[in-house]
Design a protein around this ligand. Structure first.
Ligand SMILES: [Cu+2]
Length: 179
């Protein structure tokens, strides 16, 4: 009789885990118009959050990156926007480690105030890089030289997507959010 009790408990746990996994998944899908997303969450209080990292990992990463319309979806070193508001000068490394080699901007996403000057500084690694705004508002030289610098002062409250031409497809992209 002990074993049957265990089996029953195990079944319950399995169900609880399945429900708690389904909860966040449904929640993440609300943007695509899923109907009753609130229903599944009632049983999710039994914990089980660690299990979500396996099944929902891809979806969750896509979700957070999609804040910029998916711009940083394949940018490996992006996980959040670095808050640099209040700083008058901010430096971004060009050719930092990321995207399977020195093919990243670091930090890839920054938030600044108007009038802030951003300085892109080349590490000298990964060959030639540049920093090109998608809307054409700035474009650096293509350089492979360590210590090379490009500066741009942001005056308008806007989000500026930019990329490195040679490595854009690899995920060498960034964004400057001007408040
Ligand atoms: Cu590059």
């Amino acid at each position: 009789m002990k074993s049957s009790a265990l089996t029953g408990r195990r079944t319950f746990l399995k169900t609880a885990v399945a429900v708690s996994v389904a909860g966040p998944l449904l929640a993440g899908c609300t943007s695509s118009g899923t109907t009753n997303s609130g229903d599944g969450s009632s049983a999710a209080d039994s914990g089980g959050t660690p299990t979500t990292s396996n099944s929902a990992g891809g979806g969750a990463a896509t979700d957070s990156a999609s804040a910029f319309g998916g711009w940083l979806d394949n940018t490996a070193n992006y996980d959040s926007v670095a808050d640099k508001t209040g700083a008058s000068k901010v430096t971004v490394e060009v050719g930092a480690e990321g995207n399977n080699g020195p093919y990243a901007f670091a930090p890839p996403a920054i938030r600044i105030g108007t009038g802030t000057t951003v300085t892109w500084k080349w590490t000298g690694k990964g060959g030639s890089h540049n920093a090109v705004a998608q809307d054409g508002s700035f474009e650096s030289e293509l350089s492979a030289e360590k210590g090379h610098i490009f500066e741009h002062t942001f005056e308008k409250s806007e989000s500026y997507k930019y990329f490195c031409s040679p490595h854009k497809a690899m995920g060498m992209k960034g964004i400057v959010v001007v408040e």
